[in-house]
Design a protein around this ligand. Sequence first.
Ligand SMILES: Nc1nc2c(ncn2[C@@H]2O[C@H](COP(=O)(O)OP(=O)(O)OP(=O)(O)O)[C@@H](O)[C@H]2O)c(=O)[nH]1
Ligand SMILES: [Mg+2]
Length: 702
Amino acid sequence: MREYRSEAIRNIAVVGHGTSGKTTLVDALAFVSGSSRRHGSIRDGNTLTDTAPEEVERKYSIALGCAFAEWKDTKINLLDTPGFLDFQGDAIAGIAAADGALVTIGSGTGVEAGTERMFREAIARRDPVLFVVAMMDKEHADFDRAYQSIKDRLTAKVVPVEIPIGAGASFKGIINLFTKKAHLFTPGTKAGEFQETDIPASERARFERYHAELVEAVAATDDALLEKFFSGEELPGDVEMAAMKEAMKRQELFPLLCCSSQLTWGVRTVLDFLAALMPSAYEMEILHAFRGAVGERTVEVHPSDSAPFSALVFKTTAEPHVGDVSYFRTFSGTVASGQEVYNATRDSAEKLTHLAVPLGRERVDVPRLYPGDIGCVAKLHNTHTNDTISTKAQPVRLPQVHFPDPLVTFAVKAVSRTDEERLQQGLHRLHDEDPTFQTHFNTDTHETIVGGMGERHIEVALARLVRQLSVKAELTVPRVPYRETITAKGEGQGKHKKQSGGRGQFGDCWIRMRPAPRGSGYQYVDAIVGGVIPRNYIPAVDRGIQEAAARGVLAGYPMVDFIAECYDGSYHSVDSNEASFKMAGIQAFKTVAAKCRPALLEPLEVVEVFTPEAYLGDVLGDLSSRRGHILGTEAPDDGHFTQVRAIVPQAELHLYATKLSSLTHGRGTYAHHFHGYEQMPAEQAQKVIALADKERRDGNGA
Ligand SMILES: Nc1nc2c(ncn2[C@@H]2O[C@H](COP(=O)(O)OP(=O)(O)OP(=O)(O)O)[C@@H](O)[C@H]2O)c(=O)[nH]1
Ligand SMILES: [Mg+2]
């Protein structure tokens, strides 16, 4: 394959709602350009970028897939991303690695929740965005309606640069509004070949209308052009294109295209527009002003050949028979196959053996890569997603992809006990491949917790464990790490005395307990005077209290936020020892804590929900039914989404993501973080205590 320099490289993240045609479009773009030899389909399970068995079986994308289309001296790198929000981590990584986004719109559905989400993500990254109404040949295809839905829900700055002739079964061509030519397709077209004609008379009126709209939209982006527009002067197509490209960089215009990827109709024009309108990596520097860090120092990162090499690993996959493959986007400098590089994030040396560019699951060896290109390499020793590889001389660290925090959590354990260790390894491997899949051991509840972006995310992850490691795991609702505390003062004695032949045991202490502020934990006060308990036994009382407090007195949860003061006691010169005083401490705690009106504490989360105004009532109602305390609502500037802040008990949030999604037709999102512990209402506390009692009786208490 030939070498491509920065100016000739385009990096495009293909994003959009689930099943809006991204994978099929990427396959068609690569095939029509000649870079890929086979035209795959979802039905046959042989597309370029849905290659994992889970993707083929389920017929949707789960992970980021990379491919490219070489088109008229340009190399268009295509990052096919999953549309389901359960797998949004990879879509976010794809957008971060690219310089522009292609947003697919289902021809029958228009804008959907996933479209909205990824469009906003691209906007936030200040990327140019281009829309494609995919699947124009499909039943119910309606270009105008899709166009209107973009205007209504995403941006008024969208403007068609081509329009379809016909739709659904009668889709037969497109009109390029810049060249003012029609492309007509006939059944049997293999790779988007078309017959170029003048605009058919039947389409003339539609063309005029859309053309006028385009000319005006482009002119409005530039004062000089606007002047010419008003004086009635017609602009050459290439001037219009150049103006549009500049406007796209400023997010002032968003072109709209259309095609049928399945038939390959219109795909050539999509390639033309991608090459012409999307910026090269080199041009994006001006917009993005890349910066990195060397130690504490901030440095600029230039996509010039002579700059020191730097690249960000945005994806890692585990390939059968190969091992880990790292996908990276180069930001500066050239790099050659076999070159020694340096992982500045982990302070380790690496070698880029068999430098390659990804084409689906295939890796095409290349001798060298220029700044802005996307490459991959297998078997790095100690490099993970979000690491920067650079040079020892200039060990720069690039800004990392910001992956969202998990929204749903489950407790997990291996069905067969002997698989537990392999399960743990497998879970960590899943995290290496997908940073939004997280796992940790909760020391409060003694459970392994897995977290992800949705139920489907976790379900697919477990399916992969079965396939790759033959480990079957089962999920349960995570235990809530309740705590206990006291709400009143009290005092009493703990006495441990045993006389069973030989040397006896004797420990005796008096303690006072009182509540302490929330979050203060436990404090022990030694108030013994006059040596009623010898010095060396006083810490043993403390240890006894702590040991007993860890098991609580109500429902087996650790007791916190109290002060225990040991103020009296007695000892026996022969029988007393540390163990006996510890036992006395345990008994004192049990006796006194029970008298201090113990209560249950529950963890609370601060929840921030973003919902379209239309569903606000339902969202608030649902939060209230979860014992949520609404802190406030706020309508942001664009008027589309309302933000709700609430404090909600953790116990009520299991699978909230699923509920929110169904309440808001997939459009609502939320984030949450730990707020603190508060006393639980008596009614709920009674339920938790009753359940703990039952578990204790059944013999499987925590
Ligand atoms: N008729 C028709 N069907 C299409 C076309 N493109 C895609 N499809 C079908 O639409 C469905 C979804 O296509 P995909 O390419 O998997 O869509 P996607 O956006 O990658 O979906 P996710 O990966 O789940 O986000 C599949 O059944 C495709 O065969 C098209 O141009 N015409
Ligand atoms: Mg897909």
